[in-house]
Structures are given as C-alpha cells and as structure tokens.
Ligand binder design. Sequence first.
Ligand code: SF4
Length: 618
Amino acid sequence: MYGYHGKVLWVDLSKKETKTVELKEEDLKNFIGGSGLAARLLYRFMTKDLDPLGPENPLAFITGPFTGSGVPSSGRHAVCAKSPLTNIWGEATSGGFFAVALKSTGFDGIIITGKSDKPVYLYVHDGSAEIRDASHLWGKGFYETRDTLIKEVGEKRARVAAIGQAGENLVKYAAVMNDHGRAAGRCGLGAVMGSKKLKAIVVHGDKRPEIKDPDRLKAEVKALEAAAISPAGLVSVAFTSLLNEFGTPAYTDISMYIGDGPARYFTRSVFPVDKVDGKALRERYSVFSVSCYGCPIGCGRLTKFGKFGIDEVDGPEYETVMSFGPLCWNFDLDTIVYANHLCNDFGLDTISTGMSIAFAMYLYEKGILTKDKAGLEIKWGDGETIVKLVQMIAKREGIGDLLAEGVKRIAEKLGVSQDEAAHVKGLEIPMHDPRAFAGQAVCYATSPRGACHLRADYWYIDMGIDVFEAKVSAGDRFECSEAKGAMAARWQNFRELYNALLLCQFSQINTPSQVARMLTAITGWNFDAKTVLTTGERIFNLKRAINVKLGVTRADDRLPRIAIEPLKEGATQGFSPDMETLLRGYYKERKWDWETGKPAREKLEELGLSDVAKDLWG
Ligand code: SF4
C-alpha cells in the first residue's frame, strides 16, 4: 500500500489496552482519510443514545494520504467523535506539525475508546504505544503540558496534542490544542478527551509510507509553482502574500466593507475596523509569520505581546479578532489578543467562546441576564469583562458555568427563543455573516457539523472564484435561487475532499484534477476529477446519514432569525437570504427527501453506501 500505513492504533483506556487495526483498502479508496475515513470507521458507533462524554464515544485522530508527502499545505489532522456541544457528528481539523509526527509513528491514526480512572497521556512512537500517568499535568494549561511532555519523553521532535483546563472541566466547546497554539477547535472534542481523562497524546517516529510515484508527485508540486505565473495565479499569489504579511486578519477590512463581519452579536455590520484590522495589529505589536508543516504561505501569527505578563501570543486569527472584537463591540486590541492567548492555554474554541460572551452581552442589554443573575456586569465592549469571562468559562465558575454550555443551551436554560441563539444544530456561527453570501447561508444550514465556515466557504466563490470542473462558478452574492442552492451542494462536495485529504483551504491546489493527479501519484490508485468529486459527495452523504441516525431532520437545516433578518446598515442592508428557495434547490441536487431530510435510498446506493441505505430506509 502506498501513501498509507494501512492501520490505526486502537486504544481502550478502560482496559488499558492498545491494539493495531488494519484498514481496508476499499475504505481508503472510498473515504480517503481525515474526517472522511473517520466517519466510515466510527459510523457503527454513532447512535442516538451514545453519550458524547461517556466512555463508549470513540475519539479519532486521523491523518491522510497527503500527510508528510511533500504536497504543500497538507500538514493538518482531523479529530472526530460525537460532539458534546451538538450531539451530532463532530469534527475539527488543525494545522501545525502534529499530523506529520503522528503519521511518522507508523499509524495512519489513533482511535481512543473507554475512560481512564486517573489522568493519563498516550505516548506513541515508531510503531509502539504506552499509556502513561498524567496526574502531574491535570489542572495545567496547554503550554506547560506541551513543554513538560516534550522534556519527559526526551525527544525534541515529539509533537503534542493536549487539552487545557477547559477540556478537563468538560466545557462543551473545549478544543484539542497542538504545537504553536494550533487548535482542533470546533465541536467540543477537547471535552471528549477530558471525559476520558486523557490529557495528551505525544507522537514521533521515523516511519513514513512510501509514495508510488515520487517523480510524478514532484512534477505536480512544481506545476503548482508554474501556475502562479498565470493571470489567475497572480490573484492567488496576491492573496497568499496578504496572508503571509497580515495573517487571516488581512480579511478583517474586506469583511467589514462587504458586510461579512458580524458585529454586536449579529445586530450590526458597520464598525471602526481600522482599530482591529491586520494593519492595526502590525502597528501595535511585532508580529511574525508562522507556517504549518510544508506550507509556503505561513498565515499563522506569533505576536510579541509584553502585556498581562505574557511575552508572546500565538495568533490571533481573523475569527478570534472578530469574535472577541466587533462581535462583542470591543475595539481594544490588548484584551482581544489576551483573550486569544487564554483560549490557547485553557484549550477553548475562540469562535464559540466569543459567541457565548457576545450572547451574554446581548441578553444583559435586554435585561434577561442581570447583574444579580450573572454576578457581574456584562456590558458591550468591556474588554476586561471579556477576559474575566474567558477565565470563568474555562473553570466553570459562576456565570461561566452557564456560558460553558454554548449559545443553544444558554437560550434553553434562560427561556430565550432559539431564534436569538446564533447557531446551527448547536454549533455557533463563525465570523462570516450569512447575509453577506446567500450561498454561505445554505452551506451553514446544511454542513454536517452545524454552522461551519470550513466545510464550504462559499464566500470564495461569489468573490470571484470559478471551479468549472466542480460545476461551480461565481455569481451575484445575493442571488437566492434554486440554482444557487444546487451550486452550494456541489461546492460542499469538492471542499469535503479537503477534510479527507487534510489539505488546508488556503492551499494552491484548487481543482479536482489537481487533487486527483496528486492522489494518484501518491497512492497508485487511479483517480480522476469525476471520481474525486464523487468521493466528496459520498463522504458528505455518509456524514448526513450519521446525523440522520442521530435525529437530524430537515427542520434542523435552518438559520436563526438573529443571523438572517435584514440589517439597517452596511453592505447587506435590507437583505435576508430566502432559505426556502435555496434549500429546495440544494435538496433537489442532493436528492435528499424534502420531508425527512434523509438522503434518498437510490443516491446512497449509487454512492456505494448500500449498508447505510439499509440502516436509513430499512
Ligand atoms: S495557509 Fe496557514 S493554516 Fe494553512 S497550512 Fe499554511 S500556515 Fe497552516
């Protein structure tokens, strides 16, 4: 087998046992790797009564065939399990160096079940695995845990994925952190790790799978560089140069000007962007570019901070600047950067944390949350309160215990309508306003993990990107037609591949043919543009089927009123996406049943998912 080891490490923490499980070639061909392969491997465990924080919930760390192969911007890994935040399929990916170190252990991934009776960490290297005591690390933040473990195993090349206090305290949106403040942030998978008393996973090794045709792969990588000289390539080079210079906060200005940046908890879209944009960050601090493994772009940030006793901060990224900034009506960079650092160390998803705090500010203004109930004033724009609330959330102290549950449960517990809670299927909406791109609205409503900006970033398309092979092309961003809904489904099919290949969305690889040629060179299996797109569609439908098994119906494919009602200002003034029309087109394209939301039996069978069709339709 080329491009894979063909096996995963299976760990049972209850029994303190580890074993090797061989992977079927058919599963690798059909589901590739990352969250696609994880969905196939975990499918049978995903039942309605599976407690996400119970020992039976399997937690998977999976790489892909591109990992460590030399394909640029492919140093990501996927973390998957049933989500404690949403109670449906949960997945998150993270960059850095952990993925390549994991693949170098001789395994394509690690799946953990059971629950330890005391804190442990998993040490995997060169084909062997040990479960070690981590009592001395329980209660520690991510950075101290990472540094202690690298010293403890005595191997400088070791890479660590770990939880901070938020995961230990089962905060519903706790992240799994790795390397230099990189996060598998979404869906609360850090809490799954915490529920198993698994503090960290440490990996290293020298075992890499062979590549079938290294010369052909090198030629494909070289062709990417040559493509940069074309007119389309120059646009792409300009974009990646901006990412290198300013990181993802390069987008903050554009976002505000086109109405894509939600402010004041989705009630505003115009704000003093020059106080919090990429340029402001560069002017206020020394900021350096940081790359994930094998990435020529380097969108990561290292910020020389020198405040609150913190010398350096990993980040912040666009999503974090927006969620602790304009979303909370806060324009004080110091508290935004500090809140970002605290989230890295506690192991918190910055999007869900910022959203939960912004929701609290919104409810405080309305008088639903009061000083008596909350124990403190929670006013718009108060950076010090934001910092305090991040700490209270991680420790589940006072009002932090409620905010640690995420906006859906906050609304339930306070008797507030779900139309005021900015989430889809329980996952907080990221910092791309669904009123800015109708295609994004339908992608949010239908993404397998809830509101997700990475499972289909439709704003790319309507900002002028055509991917003709995937039958996706740029159009009017406010168009609400069935055709737009159908196009969103096709874009999701293509983007789903990135989560299976563990390819960064900013990668220079942006056509199905490029993906197919590289995949063929690595694995020796014959892929073409059509087969890779069908693979994306298969994985997307498998995840939908898991969610149907877990109780998702068409009624869940919706956006809350707060995020789609027309604004009175900014570039989207007066616009609200017509979800009914968009979804009709989407459902027709997908061949999903309009009444139940289930993928049609024939569609599942056509995709080679007959076992899944039987489970769903009998
Ligand atoms: S573009 Fe950024 S997130 Fe993507 S691989 Fe490169 S450094 Fe990592």
